[in-house]
Design a protein around this ligand. Structure first.
Ligand SMILES: [Zn+2]
Length: 232
């Protein structure tokens, strides 16, 4: 008589790791190029290309959204829902994926990675290095900036701005399946580096200082007003 076999344990260099990928925006509330390519759609495609690469290395991967819609009200419930999901999933790390736009500076290009809590700095550096190496884009470096999804997330959390939709040539490039796959491989490579490094921060730790105060007493819109009034 056949007996039920135990579920297969994941194997691979990222076995046991829990990764949350966060495609920014939804409902076409993100940026868009002059040609009509939307950040919302591009970053969802990148996240969907990244997830199987990480699963093949044994990781458990969650996407905060898998469809075109926001998770809640724009800039408020939507952002708190992303953090709540990552927390409920007990994420080891959180990676928000965006594309950039700057008014009045059509020549600006490149990739940059934002972090805010001290436990996120090394993750930002590993991802930024992998993104520069893997895409060849201009290296705009890593920077601390209190975007809600990084400032208010208790686990190592970063926000990638991978290319500028305000630059015509770069917008065309970063809106193609070939680029989605290229950035996905770069993100997976950076996460493999980080998650294979002994002793790096993983999982939730209590927020401290400014972010503990802001994230526990304000909603994202109030927090943005408060932070901006104080020069962040
Ligand atoms: Zn964005």
């Amino acid at each position: 008589m056949a007996t039920a076999s135990a579920p297969a344990q994941p194997v691979g260099p990222l076995a046991g790791k829990i990764i949350v990928l966060d495609p920014g925006h939804g409902n076409h509330t993100g940026e868009h190029s002059a040609a009509g390519n939307w950040e919302d759609d591009n970053v969802l495609a990148i996240a969907k290309d990244t997830a199987p690469l990480l699963r093949a290395m044994g990781a458990t991967v969650h996407l905060t959204r898998t469809g075109p819609n926001l998770l809640g009200s724009r800039n408020n419930g939507d952002l708190t829902a992303r953090v709540a999901k990552a927390t409920a999933w007990h994420a080891d790390v959180f990676v928000s994926i965006h594309q950039n736009y700057v008014n009045g500076a059509p020549d600006v290009t490149g990739v940059e990675t934002f972090w805010d809590n001290p436990n996120s700095r090394e993750l930002a550096q590993d991802l930024q290095s992998a993104l520069v190496a893997g895409t060849g884009m201009v290296n705009r470096g890593t920077r601390a900036w209190p975007y809600w999804v990084v400032a208010c997330n208790p686990m190592p959390a970063v926000l990638i701005e991978g290319g500028f939709l305000s630059n015509v040539a770069q917008a065309a490039r970063i809106s193609t399946p070939a680029f989605y796959a290229q950035e996905a491989h770069a993100i997976a490579s950076g996460l493999r580096t980080y998650l294979s490094t002994p002793g790096v921060p993983l999982g939730a730790v209590p927020l401290v200082g400014r972010n503990k105060y802001v994230c526990s007493t304000m909603n994202p819109v109030q927090a943005n007003v408060w932070l901006t009034a104080r020069g962040l």
